[in-house]
Design a protein around this ligand. Structure first.
Ligand code: GDP
Ligand code: MG
Length: 436
């Protein structure tokens, strides 16, 4: 009913103000839990929370959202920053081919990624070429060959050879002959990091001088990803990270930890077993995945766009001095409408899974709008002058009944009473909704 919506507008007004230690306390705890649940390194979480707290306190809350939501937006922006801000692209060498060397543990998804990347590059007009330098796993070369055939990308390999460095050397020549623009080198992995594996990778690096060494990491290993990335980085000085199996339950905490601890950007994420299941790494998407906050962030952005700060200030003043009239009420309704259909707004809020049919609420909002629009300026300012004949005219003009007009007036009066209580400080405190 309309009364509930009045309350909503109310909350928005109450939320208008600055973020303070008390009104972010709850939200701060939620964020901390989200980060830990997303498997972000504990130390990273601690530093992050401290930073956010310092930043949030004193921030103005935009009208149309509550402090908690405003806070989530701050957290999100900071997360995006921490994840590297924008997407970091692949380097392109001055001479062809640009050599990209893959490294990582066995089963991380290197071979799959080699094919995914080749496919991606091919679609952007490049001429990729692949080398399989996995001389340990039986059938590893065959696996890449099969994938190469599927996407029509040539693969160099030497069946039965144990000379990974030699394969890379000869493969590079072949790629040059073939006029390839990118050469992707798939390497062997181990179940754990060992000296021999690292030495071989270092030798390959020395021989082919890659523009990019990409560490392929299974996102599902969570916390271990950080140590892994550190070891590979110490040995090889990697240029970026690929997170695979991002289609599972993982919430992406590893991504945040790697970036913060190792300082290397994530460039792509693998989102499935198919060759096309590859996405550029988008810090914004990962941030909202880590926070698990639905689309609160875009809600806040919408509110920021829709609601003019000056309007909000004068509204607050009117409530305080009890001059809020039907015109102001109409403006508020229109602000809510600017945010989009009620359903889509509610869907953006976390925890609001299934919502019932909102058509009646939207219909009623339209009705109220029509009624107020059928009033004269004077009537909107002083609804008490509305007697039977005026009400009849308004009902007719808005295509409603006199009973609808009466209902609106009654609810408006109730709302004004609530505002009186609020502005005199008699309104009970709602945790997390405190304004100034
Ligand atoms: P490698 O040992 O590092 O070369 O790993 P593989 O490329 O052979 O992949 C190991 C397994 O992980 C295979 O079954 C792949 O299909 C699977 N895999 C690779 N990337 C992804 C991904 O992004 N999502 C999912 N769900 N599976 C993947
Ligand atoms: Mg492999």
């Amino acid at each position: 009913n309309l009364g509930a919506r009045f309350q909503d507008i109310f909350k928005k007004v109450r939320g208008h103000g600055k973020l303070s230690e008390s009104n972010i306390k709850e939200a701060l705890r939620e964020v901390k839990m989200s980060l830990l649940e997303a498997d972000v390194n504990y130390k990273v979480v601690k530093d992050f929370i401290k930073k956010i707290q310092d930043k949030a306190i004193g921030t103005e809350v935009v009208t149309g959202i509550n402090p908690g939501q405003q806070f989530i937006k701050i957290v999100n922006d900071e997360l995006v920053e921490l994840l590297g801000g924008t997407n970091s692209r692949l380097t392109k060498g001055v001479r062809n081919p640009t050599v990209i060397m893959l490294a990582g543990l066995q089963g991380a998804g290197k071979t799959t990624f080699a094919a995914k990347l080749s496919n991606y590059l091919k679609k952007t007009g490049e001429r990729p070429y692949m080398i399989s330098a996995d001389v340990y796993r039986p059938a590893a070369m065959k696996q890449l060959e099969v994938l190469g055939k599927q996407i029509d990308v040539p693969v160099y390999f030497e069946e039965g050879s144990k000379d990974a460095v030699g394969i890379c050397e000869r493969g590079l020549e072949k790629a040059k002959e073939a006029n390839a623009t990118y050469l992707i080198i798939d390497t062997a992995g181990r179940l754990h990091i060992d000296e021999h594996l690292m030495e071989e990778l270092k030798d390959i690096k020395k021989t082919v001088r890659p523009q990019e060494i990409l560490l392929v990491v299974d996102a599902m290993i969570g916390q271990d990803a950080v140590n892994l990335a550190e070891s590979f980085n110490n040995a090889l000085n990697i240029d970026g990270v690929i997170l695979t199996k991002f289609d599972g339950d993982t919430r992406g905490g590893a991504a945040l930890s790697i970036k913060s601890v190792v300082g290397k950007s994530i460039k792509f994420v693998g989102t499935g077993e198919k060759i096309s299941d590859l996405e550029l790494f988008h810090p914004e998407r990962i941030a909202s995945r880590i926070l698990g906050m639905g689309d609160v962030v875009s809600l806040v952005e919408k509110a920021q766009e829709a609601i003019n700060e000056d309007d909000a200030k004068s509204l607050e003043e009117k409530i305080r001095t009890q001059q809020f009239d039907l015109d102001d009420f109409l403006k508020q309704l229109q602000n809510i409408k600017k945010l989009g259909p009620l359903g889509s707004i509610l869907k953006m809020l976390p925890g609001v899974g299934q919502i019932g049919d909102l058509a009646p609420a939207e219909k009623e909002m339209k009705k109220v709008e029509a009624i107020i629009q059928s009033m004269t300026k004077e009537e909107r300012k002083k609804p008490e002058i509305l007697k039977a004949s005026r009400k009849q005219r308004i009902a007719k003009g808005s295509g409603t009944d006199v009973s609808d007009v009466n209902k609106l007036l009654k609810q408006f009066e109730q709302m004004k009473d609530m505002m009186k209580m609020f502005s005199s400080g008699k309104f009970p405190n709602i945790p997390g909704m405190r304004g100034k």
